[in-house]
Ligand binder design. Sequence first.
Ligand code: ZN
Length: 287
Amino acid sequence: MRIANQGGRAVLLGRTSALDVAAASDGRFGPDPMSVYRAWPAFREWAATVDVDAAPAAQAVEVAGLDAPVPAPEQVFAIGLNYADHAKETGMALPEHPLVFTKFPSSLTGPEATVRLSGDRVDWEAELVVVVGEGGRDLPASWEAVAGLTVGQDLSDRTVQNRGDRPQFGLGKSFAGYGPTGPAVVTIDELQDGHDLGALRIGCRVSEDGGEERVLQDGTTADLVFSVPELVHRLSAVVELRPGDLIFTGTPSGVGLGRTPQEFLKAGQVLTTEIEGLGTIRQTFTA
Ligand code: ZN
């Protein structure tokens, strides 16, 4: 199933339509998009019985009208240097343990948004984003705790991120709109149907003022240093994972910081990020 957020209400997406969860479940689930994760096992069971495209109440839907699928998670984890090629391009050694920081939840935004650049060194990072289902502590290295996956960008102001004696990952990556996600949370069972969960193609491309697109990143999640199950295991050994928490799992090579010459986002550019089986998000930048 695909779960999205339309105007602050949880919806199930079909091929071309959306079904309001609260209305379709007679108020058992929703309307708050966060509430479906707090009731995850029961919600999953109910949603599996729903045929969105056949439901008379289903309405036409467009990605541009959707908000962040998980708009207010209690915790947003992000993982640095989680692809070997990316670690190499930044000149850093591969971490022995996951390098964990946070994107503050107020940075989250929907799949199609206009984002104001905070400076002249703002970089792109296409990322697979994990949405936690039931959560808990000391979870095994499995997909069981994962409700689904979505597409994300870990937009990063490199000046703020790297200023001072110690890096400021949390601040440099938390400006307004620096955590676009969407278009929907795709459950693991849906994704497994036709895709290899452990090897999803991931990338992003940029265009100037509607011109031709140029590929910036093109990788596969098969190259993750710490896999999704391993991240769930390692994070939950320290922190209790809560329903609806997000984990940005790191970015493949091709970021602007690692280029010669270095390159950063400019006003007027459109950044399109795509992950196989999950869809596409698109951000337009202003100064
Ligand atoms: Zn990142």
